[in-house]
Design a protein around this ligand. Structure first.
Ligand SMILES: *Cc1c(COP(=O)(O)O)cnc(C)c1O
Length: 397
């Protein structure tokens, strides 16, 4: 494999196939194997001492990884033009925690988007508060005007675009530019888009977080997270991650690499299927609103059109009137949609969604349902949802 196929001038789908496959890591086969190990053995005391000063991409101790993890991490870096490096974590939430702890210290203030994934909010209200970091929430639709919220204590802005459950698309470049002008760090949870649909570092983000559990793994069979750093924060991210003792297990990293090779293909199909289902839902009389970034009614749709290369498979819709009993009747009878957390696998999923807010209250015409559209034929999914909407209608009367 020449380095050319991985070059930044290659298109993303090409880089995705070649990324991270250094010959010294693949040892002459197509994909890196699973290297399992804790202890690394040295030939001499002198060699053991010398290695301590230069551990990057060198076997040192299991926690620093093996070619299995380095390969996936490097592949994720290659998908982010401008990035300096990537580290892996045993879950997406662990990656979020490492990113926050890389940039925050006691006495600092964090600006957190109000549409954030709930476990991230819990981390701020729990651990960060306990360690003296104050969190203030901001409206997901704030753009450059976020600068008005900066104080002398503001150290970081956390973004998630589109937002969890409600899918507001943020003006990421404007927020990052405003933050950078004040020396404030930015962290983006880019799980929905992945670097294929939104290369975050190129849009000005300092730390880009993925719950690789979702589209990178892609088969609902492993937990994994990553943080990709711009050059200015790469060393700080490494230090914090090593001090926290974080590393992904080699078998899970291998599943991540396995999933990554087909991610472009899967995302394309997830996106097409989801858009077909979303467009159908938008025309149903029982549906008040469809919250899908690629549809004009979604808050922040203009930013989506400007910045994203496409949509993935996750969106939500608000029912027209009705209550939790009606929504439950809809969900309980679904035959093709699993009821469960997480998403990004090949199968369709549905959950009742009840957004938690601090500064930008969530108001809708009825209860919210979040869907992950899998790789099934969308016509079958639509038939399943049509029966569900009929059950909702029957309870409503
Ligand atoms: C699922 C998810 C996470 C957390 O990932 P885990 O691997 O489940 O810990 C973080 N952010 C977003 C947006 C998610 O959907």
């Amino acid at each position: 494999m020449s380095g050319d196929a991985r070059g930044p001038d290659r298109r993303p789908a090409t880089r995705l196939v070649a990324a991270g496959r250094r010959p010294e890591w693949t040892q002459g086969i197509v994909s890196p194997s699973v290297w399992r190990g804790s202890t690394v053995l040295y030939d001499s005391v002198a060699e053991l001492r010398a290695r301590q000063h230069d551990t990057h991409h060198k076997l040192y101790y299991g926690r620093r990884g093996t070619p299995t993890q380095w390969s996936l991490a490097e592949a994720l870096t290659e998908l982010e033009p401008g990035a300096a490096g990537t580290l892996l974590y045993p879950s997406g939430v662990a990656a979020v925690a490492a990113a926050l702890l890389t940039v925050l210290s006691p006495g600092d203030e964090l600006l957190m988007v109000d549409s954030v994934y709930e476990p991230t909010r819990n981390l701020c209200e729990g651990l960060l508060a306990r360690f003296g970091v104050a969190t203030r929430y901001y409206d997901p639709l704030a753009g450059a005007d976020i600068a008005a919220a900066f104080t002398d204590r503001t150290r970081a802005v956390f973004l998630e675009s589109p937002g969890s459950l409600t899918f507001e698309v943020q003006d990421v470049p404007a927020i990052c530019a405003a933050a950078q002008a004040r020396g404030i760090r930015t962290i983006l949870d880019n799980t929905w888009a992945t670097p294929l649909l939104f290369p975050a570092i190129g849009h000005g983000v300092d730390l880009s977080v993925l719950a690789c559990t979702k589209y990178v793994v892609g088969h609902s069979d492993a937990m994994l997270g990553s943080v990709t750093a711009a050059p200015g924060l790469w060393q700080a991210l490494r230090r914090t991650t090593y001090q926290l003792g974080q590393q992904a297990a080699p078998d899970d990293a291998w599943l991540g690499s396995r999933g990554l090779r087909t991610m472009e293909l899967r995302l394309t199909r997830h996106g097409e299927n989801a858009l077909a289902v979303a467009r159908w839902l938008a025309e149903q009389p029982q549906v008040a609103r469809v919250l899908h970034p690629a549809l004009p009614g979604c808050p922040g749709h203009a930013a989506f059109v400007r910045d994203f290369a496409g949509a993935s498979g996750l969106f939500a819709f608000a029912l027209k009137g009705g209550d939790d009993a009606g929504r439950t009747a809809l969900l309980d009878g679904l035959e093709l949609f699993g009821l469960g957390f997480s998403w990004g696998g090949f199968e369709s999923l549905a959950i009742p969604a009840d957004p938690m807010r601090t500064v930008a209250p969530w108001r809708a015409e009825g209860p919210l349902v979040r869907l992950h559209i899998g790789l099934e034929d969308p016509a079958d999914l639509i038939a399943d949802l049509a029966a569900g909407l009929a059950r909702f209608e029957a309870v409503k009367r």
